[in-house]
Design a protein around this ligand. Sequence first.
Ligand SMILES: Nc1ncnc2c1ncn2[C@@H]1O[C@H](COP(=O)(O)OP(=O)(O)O)[C@@H](O)[C@H]1O
Ligand SMILES: [Mg+2]
Length: 286
Amino acid sequence: MTSTPLITCDHLHHVYARGNVTALNKVNVAIHQQEIIGIIGQNGSGKTTLVKHFNGLLKPTSGRVLLDGQDTVKRHVQELAAYVGYVFQNPNHQLFAKTVEEELEFGPRNMGLSDEQVIERREKAIEFFGLQQYRSHHPYRISFPLRKLVGMASVYTMQPRVFILDEPTTGQDNITTRTVYRLIHRLRDEGKTVICVSHDMILLAEVVDRMIVMRNAQIIADATPREVFADSAVMQSTRITPPQVTEFGVQYTQHRTRPLADVGPARTVVLSVQEAIDALFIGPKG
Ligand SMILES: Nc1ncnc2c1ncn2[C@@H]1O[C@H](COP(=O)(O)OP(=O)(O)O)[C@@H](O)[C@H]1O
Ligand SMILES: [Mg+2]
């Protein structure tokens, strides 16, 4: 990609004073507009520490984080929050208003928008997230999956350029999970950048277009999901299991002469059921 990165980490180093833990070890990464990025890695590998630097919740011990070319150290946290929205894994840590509507008015009002603009932002979020029926409900009297959508919607009302979603599909049911996938694509269509910390293999295989793999405070892989899932050394070192259909493809290849994944020049593994069906019943394309 040739555009100026939206977020640049330049030798980003973070040591937590408590326990003298090096959580990020000279990390370099650049993130661009409209990318959908998945960040994976074992517990304690540094994922949360990394994304908390993107919106200034944490400051580097050394190295720099640039937002649109400007050092985050020189910006106020409020200003950064309007630019990079952080959706908590647990909405109970995020929501506090008495109704869904009030929750969705808080951010825009806090940003100093007019009453008219506040209502416009609220209504756009209600429509976008399909919350019409729940507008006067207490956020804690709706189901956990819906509450999680409200958490996303409240960040959406601030219209940040970057959305950080921490485990957006954890605790979701089948329907709201599919809703989250669609929402991520819609956010991208609106020009947003979406960064998901996630263990959800379907999300990683079918929704994101770039995967960043962390291990021991460093990035050990940064590539397309197809490339990452095909890299058995990386997969083993993270102890992450690829999608079952990908494993099926790999095992099929070991038992047959023709690799299942061989449905196109760049394909090393299959990522979806549809790709496996194409490979089995339709055969190699162009
Ligand atoms: N507030 C903190 N104080 C001290 N150590 C921390 C703190 N937060 C995280 N750590 C440590 O930093 C490392 C990276 O943690 P974290 O970024 O939360 O990883 P992940 O999100 O991948 O699970 C871990 O060793 C963790 O124990
Ligand atoms: Mg974490």
